[in-house]
Design a protein around this ligand. Structure first.
Ligand code: DOR
Ligand code: ZN
Length: 430
């Protein structure tokens, strides 16, 4: 069942070799290997083998909004996107702010069996920013939580942020901040700039993100803890992160595929599929984000996969929830925006979409290149293929993709979770 001989794969875009997998573990990487007993053989000529992708920022909507996504449907979308592990954000209903809820999400993920689902715990009770949640109990639970976030909302109170950063030091946890100074974004509908003035929509200024990132980097440096900055979206944020890293502070950051590709001009369509938080920015921001990701100032790509039901999304712009699907398109968008322009090679993709996110989340067994003794968490990519996004064909229960009918490079041919093919021939296996 979990034994394979993958033949002629390019290992992370380098040499071509066979990968032998026995009982879920890579046993050998080399040329002309013989199949382990009972193994299935897969011809991977022309395909690239990457360590299974790891997403630090996925909204799975269960418990509470199973009409928009379940742990199972989101896991399927993840596997089809080449992921073997996802971190599930805490803004569910009820909020994942207790050991009970994070354990529930963790169990649902294990039962679905398509990717490893690592719950993120809320920083504050009900994401309200007033009282710290039971971080220690969530860390000690079966879900083994290490990342805490109020994502959707910013931990705006600097005293609360400081206490949370101090608290997680005890178990080498990390606070993942949704950086948005709420006093500067009240009523905001889109990026504050030329198009927001034209459209007469309330703007979300870059400084609302940058002010919080600067503050939190200072706090992290002060208390010696770990900060992860979610969905960095502005050129100024990249500058601040570069400065914070130069100080040696333990700060990591992620960028989302949509912020690498789409601009605020999309809002002129008034199609709420383009509404997201933080909002789509400008060409200048895109350029800085791509450069920051190439340079390593931004550590990882995370999807912010944010499914919404049509009831919450197919309405007028101001009433629509922010967020867009991301799991099945992330790799292709990274290829289009980073690999094709020569900003990253495949090793760079593996670093930013698998190895570093696995390290940040502390996910043992993920983010490891195929080598003897390593759990077979792998994805096989066809770099020469292209595909067109058809919303109805996506595995998510929601349809809010901004990429409908767009054609992208690279397809996921197979995904292996501990040697089990969760995706084969581009199709989910359960
Ligand atoms: O666009 C977003 N959607 N940004 C967030 O911070 C939250 C997310 C959601 O939960 O839908
Ligand atoms: Zn967020």
């Amino acid at each position: 069942m979990n034994s394979w001989l993958i033949q002629n794969a390019s290992i992370v875009g380098r040499e071509t070799a066979d990968i032998a997998i026995e009982n879920g573990v890579v046993t050998e990487v080399g040329t002309g290997l013989t199949a382990p007993e009972g193994a299935r053989v897969l011809d991977a000529t022309g395909l690239i083998a990457l360590p299974g992708l790891v997403d630090l920022h996925t909204h799975l909507r269960e418990p509470g909004r199973e009409d928009a996504e379940t742990v199972e449907s989101g896991s399927r979308a993840a596997a089809l996107g080449g992921y073997t592990a996802v971190c599930a954000m805490a803004n569910t209903s009820p909020v994942a702010d207790t050991a009970g809820v994070v354990e529930q999400v963790w169990r649902l993920g294990r039962d679905a069996g398509l990717v490893d689902v690592q719950p993120i715990g809320a920083v504050t009770v009900g994401l309200k920013g007033e009282h710290m949640a039971e971080l220690g109990a969530m860390a000690d639970s079966a879900a083994n939580v290490r990342i805490f976030s109020d994502d959707g909302f910013c931990v705006a109170d600097p005293k609360m942020m400081r206490r949370a950063l101090e608290y997680v030091k005890a178990f080498d946890g990390v606070i993942a901040q949704h950086a948005e100074e709420p006093a500067l974004t009240a009523g905001a509908q889109m990026h504050e700039g030329e198009f927001s003035s034209q459209l007469g929509l309330a703007g979300w200024p870059a400084v609302a993100e940058e002010a919080i990132i600067a503050r939190d980097c200072l706090l992290t440096g002060h208390v010696g803890s770990r900060l992860h900055v979610c969905h960095v979206s502005t050129a100024g944020s990249v500058e601040i992160l570069r400065w914070a890293k130069s100080k040696g502070w333990r700060v990591t950051a992620e960028v989302c595929p949509h912020h690498l590709l789409l601009t605020d001009e999309r809002a002129t369509t008034y199609d709420p599929v383009n509404k997201v938080n933080p909002p789509l920015r400008t060409d200048t921001d895109i350029e800085a984000l791509r450069a920051g990701l190439a340079e390593g100032v931004i550590d990882v790509v995370a999807t912010d996969h944010a499914p919404h039901s049509s009831e919450d999304k197919d309405c007028e712009w101001a009433a629509a929830r922010p967020g867009m699907l991301g799991l099945q398109t992330a790799l292709s968008i990274v290829v289009k925006t980073m690999v094709e322009p020569g900003l990253l090679d495949w090793d760079g993709v593996a670093e930013r979409m698998s190895r570093r996110p696995a390290r940040i989340a502390g996910l043992d067994g993920h983010g490891l290149d195929p080598a003897p003794g390593v759990p077979a968490n792998l994805t096989l990519i066809d770099p020469a293929a292209s595909w067109t996004v058809v919303p109805n064909e996506l595995a998510s229960l929601s349809r809010n993709t901004p990429y409908a009918q767009m054609t992208f490079p690279a397809t996921v041919r197979a995904t292996f979770l501990r040697g089990e093919a969760t995706v084969l021939e581009g199709k989910a296996q359960k």
